[in-house]
Ligand binder design. Sequence first.
Ligand code: SF4
Length: 338
Amino acid sequence: MQLYNVKIDNAIDKLKSMNAKKILLQLPDGLKPESFDIFNKFSEHFGVVISSGAFYGACDIGNMEVYNNVDCIVQFGHSEIPNINYPKPVIFIEYMYDKIELDDNIFDKLRENSIKNIGLLSSVQYYNQMFYVEEKLKKLGYNVIIGKNDERLKYPGQVLGCNFSSAHSISLYVDAYLLVSTGLFHGIGAQLSSDKPVYILDLNDKKIKNIKDNVDKFLRKRYGKIERAIDAKKFCVVIDTKIGQYRKKLAYDIYNKIKSLGRDAIIITTDNVSPSDFENIMCDAVVFTGCPRVSIDDGDKFKMPVLTPIEFEQLFKFKNNNKYVMDEIVAVDYSPIK
Ligand code: SF4
């Protein structure tokens, strides 16, 4: 909380300079136990409501009925998505973990695999750690490159679960990527979006892992699921109204493609997708244009296949289907339905 306290003081100064009276706080689950302290700190100066809903990124500033009634949103734990046109001022209170010391021998795995040119990536929470790793790798004689981000990412080398532009920008120059993070979420996405091997430097157990086997296993399962949509007669094409997931034009493009196949399609909107939505509608398959990780990571929760737009296009040969293509969000359409 120490670091957050400083940032909260800065946010309070900023809010005062904006003359904000009412604010909405969005806290990630890990910070919800601090809700009382954080609420009390802000409410010494402003009217405050805390959103109880889950949110997964800066693509989601919550429910319009709530944010329309405040002067500013304060979101903890994520970095701004620069090319989103937020309808209200949003203050992002990022959290970057302190440096975790690492032994040099952790990196032997890279040399064993003949990797010399390394593209470094990280999720925003470990962004500072990435530069520590860069320094270490350079001292060990590796050539380290940090890629340029597109406008959906705030920092060079940063990745989101839906955007790996920092990796694409250096793909010609690296033998492999090293992602500084924890868990598999960002690594799976990075590997799905890249031809070069992706290694994860998992800071939980301080080990470098090659995730090729995980991704191969994932893809075998995924292709099976995608194939199930080939005979679907009734499709739901879903637009997620979250500000940073809103791809209405893409949804209508997919809708038109489905119609051109002589199949039936409807457009539906959601701001909190749930399996029962589609079960009640009794469609055979779903094309989901919101967060691509809903289709990829939560697909098993749904009875029918839930495809990303690009999976749909590959299945029905609107696009080349030589290799799996990850659905990445570069930019979204502005203006959620009002
Ligand atoms: S769209 Fe999905 S992966 Fe992208 S920032 Fe939002 S929650 Fe994360």
